[in-house]
Write a protein that binds this ligand. Structure first.
Ligand code: RP5
Length: 173
């Protein structure tokens, strides 16, 4: 479920997906889709570290209190969202660099991957692949204590093996 409401939620999601702008959803939906496919509960919110810092902290604290297991944070440009979330919690924060208008997301990537020592964020690839992999990584973390999820993840990997085996290169004309 993707929402941008400020009202209190009924239950904290297992995974909270945050992004700096609603414009980031095109990329962030790929991680959400992985969570949905694996049956992991998530909530996606557009809350900015610099535009709405209080709302961000409020939401993060609600998630922590409610039992959320990890955060996925996507942002573009001077992308400090993941770092700010990591400053508020010891839960794992998975960072997705959003492609930016002028620097193609290199600015976002460096902002995330160059976190100073002591407050880590796990940074993924720029864009759709990074978003999907952040979702899959969250699944992998949850699968460590959830055998059903671990079995699903193994099946997901096995499917990729079968796809590679079945793939054929085109004949020369
Ligand atoms: C960041 O600034 C957002 O994460 C977004 O990627 C970028 C641009 O925001 P918009 O101007 O598209 O809202 O905060």
């Amino acid at each position: 479920m993707a929402t941008n409401k400020t009202s209190k939620r009924k239950a904290a999601p297992t995974v909270a997906i945050l992004m700096g702008s609603t414009n980031d959803w095109d990329v962030m939906q790929h991680g959400a889709k992985q969570l949905k496919d694996f049956g992991v509960s998530y909530e996606a919110r557009a809350l900015s570290a610099h535009r709405t810092p209080e709302l961000l902290a409020e939401f993060v604290n609600e998630c922590i209190d409610g039992g959320t297991k990890c955060f996925i944070a996507g942002a573009g440009g001077a992308a400090h969202l993941a770092g700010v979330i990591a400053a508020l919690t010891t839960l794992p924060v998975l960072a997705v660099p959003i492609p930016s208008k002028h620097l193609g997301g290199l600015d976002s990537l460096l902002s995330m991957v160059q976190m100073p020592k002591g407050i880590p964020v796990a940074t993924f690839a720029i864009g759709d692949a990074g978003s999907a992999n952040a979702g899959l990584f969250a699944v992998a973390m949850l699968a460590m204590t959830d055998q059903k999820l671990a079995t699903k993840l193994q099946a997901f990997r096995a499917k990729q093996v079968e796809a590679v085996k079945a793939a054929k290169l085109p004949d020369l004309p």
